[in-house]
Write a protein that binds this ligand. Structure first.
Ligand SMILES: C[S@@+](CC[C@H](N)C(=O)[O-])C[C@H]1O[C@@H](n2cnc3c(N)ncnc32)[C@H](O)[C@@H]1O
Length: 240
């Protein structure tokens, strides 16, 4: 059984109800807990997305911690499954007068109410590890990004040689539904998905601070007629 298939089977224990329940619990303390440690990834994602020439979709916008990091000239839409998280994002938009935020909506990122190719860039910082069906979410992100546009992900990606791997496996088996995300996330989930999609190309895979715990991943949507060329998936990055 492949790593990705194995993950899907294990992840049957985490569903959208678990995610909503977990983020209803996290919402009041989310900023206190996750502002600093996840900041470099949010900054990297917002910087990459701000280069897009057109509207940006922030999937799993949460309490909106990355919203002030997009350049003022951008036009950003945010969606999230969790109403308590979204309420905090809306308060942030008002409080900080974030005029580049064009809209926030409650939506499941595996079935969104946007037209095909509606966005020049789709960002999803720290969201894929939360999704019970990450491939279904990737398919939907690919549907709403236009040809030439990018999907920008930030995620913890498990490494087999990592001393944390044993802890990740234990947490994954015992507390993932309560936590609201899966501590164990093999690269093959993303790598296999890209390899199977003729219209997707991995353009960047970069380890981020702190300590290379998270990875920035940029995937470009190609016009279908140039996809015949073989892709070269970059090797696992080193964190210096
Ligand atoms: C770890 S938080 C990340 C929030 C924000 N991007 C950040 O950097 O702080 C993950 C968010 O993804 C949302 N989420 C999980 N599954 C989702 C889905 N299927 N559709 C939309 N949002 C989802 C959760 O509700 C939560 O707010």
């Amino acid at each position: 059984m492949s790593e990705a298939r194995d993950y899907t089977r294990e992840s049957e224990t985490l569903d959208n109800c678990d995610v909503e329940a977990a983020y209803a619990r996290w919402a009041p303390i989310y900023d206190l807990t996750f502002t600093a440690i996840l900041k470099p990834g949010r900054r990297a994602a917002a910087a990459a997305a701000s280069k897009a020439d057109g509207p940006i979709l922030d999937v799993g916008v949460g309490t909106g911690l990355e919203l002030p990091m997009f350049e003022p000239h951008t036009e950003v839409y945010g969606v999230d499954l969790s109403e308590p998280m979204l309420r905090r994002a809306a308060q942030r938009v008002d409080r900080e007068s974030l005029r580049h935020v064009a809209g926030l909506s409650k939506m499941d990122a595996t079935r969104m109410a946007f037209a095909d190719g509606a966005f020049a860039c789709v960002v999803a910082p720290y969201v894929l590890t939360v999704a019970p069906e990450p491939e279904a979410m990737l398919d939907e992100l690919a549907r709403v990004v236009r040809v030439g546009g990018e999907i920008v992900l930030v995620n913890h990606v498990s490494r087999k040689d990592d001393p944390l791997a044993i802890l990740e496996t234990w947490l994954d088996r015992h507390v993932a539904p309560k936590l609201g995300w899966r501590p164990q996330f093999p690269w093959s989930i993303i790598g296999d998905w890209v390899d199977q999609r003729a219209d997707m190309q991995l353009v960047e895979r970069r380890l981020l601070p702190p300590f290379g715990l998270f990875t920035l991943i940029r995937i470009k949507r190609l016009p279908v007629d140039v996809t015949a060329q073989p892709q070269e998936t970059p090797a696992e990055p080193e964190y210096a």
